[in-house]
Design a protein around this ligand. Structure first.
Ligand SMILES: [Zn+2]
Length: 76
């Protein structure tokens, strides 16, 4: 469970606007997000905030990239 003040700090750093998921939620949803993305579906709309999180979180972005590579490799 993240402390609210940390979330608030992050929000201030990353700017306002989009709702953002945390790392835990990001990891939970990443499989589905990549599936949708590679299927040409609107992953951003299906899982709001995940793209914003990836943009601001290098660790999750790296995880996302390797997952995309993995799923692509499995399909070829
Ligand atoms: Zn993250």
């Amino acid at each position: 469970m993240e402390r609210p003040d940390r979330q608030e700090t992050l929000r201030r750093i990353l700017g306002p606007a989009e709702p953002e998921v945390g790392c835990d939620a990001c990891f939970d949803q990443l499989d589905r997000y990549v599936e949708l993305e590679l299927a040409g579906e609107d992953a951003d709309r299906a899982i709001p905030g995940l793209r914003a999180h990836l943009a601001g979180c290098p660790a999750c972005r790296e995880e996302h990239e390797s997952l995309v590579a993995l799923v692509r490799a499995e399909r070829t």
